[in-house]
Design a protein around this ligand. Structure first.
Ligand SMILES: [Zn+2]
Length: 121
């Protein structure tokens, strides 16, 4: 359980594990967090199941990677443009766990994709 201050003291983890974690150095704890996040990712539904195209967007591909989900999509820039949608653009999408335990998707824009999408021209 998590109380109002966000503190948690009645861990359901084995005592030995909690003791071991409490003895780790900061850099080791960061590795534990990294490992745990990767493991959570493996256990959760794939991020690609949660990705939906916004109005005017077109999802061209999604691919699950170890640390993120690669998404290539084209997207509109606004109203009154005759060249929409633009792209395709590459994103890395991370699922982040918020302090309240819920998750949200974090999109990192990496740039335009050239020569990876087959175009019928
Ligand atoms: Zn446009």
């Amino acid at each position: 359980m998590i109380d109002e201050s966000g503190a948690q003291d009645d861990w359901s983890l084995p005592d030995e594990l909690v003791t071991e974690l409490n003895e780790l150095q900061e850099h080791e704890l960061r590795e534990v967090v990294h490992l745990a996040q990767r493991r959570i990712r493996e256990l959760q539904a794939p991020v690609s199941d949660k990705i939906e195209a916004a109005p005017g967007e077109e999802i061209l591909s999604t691919e699950e990677r170890a640390e993120y989900t690669e998404v290539i999509k084209s997207e509109p820039c606004g109203e009154g443009c005759s060249e929409c949608p633009h792209g395709p653009y590459l994103y890395h999408v991370y699922e982040e766990v918020r302090p309240d335990g819920r998750t949200s998707l974090h999109w990192v824009f990496l740039g335009r994709v050239f020569g990876r999408i087959d175009r019928r021209e």
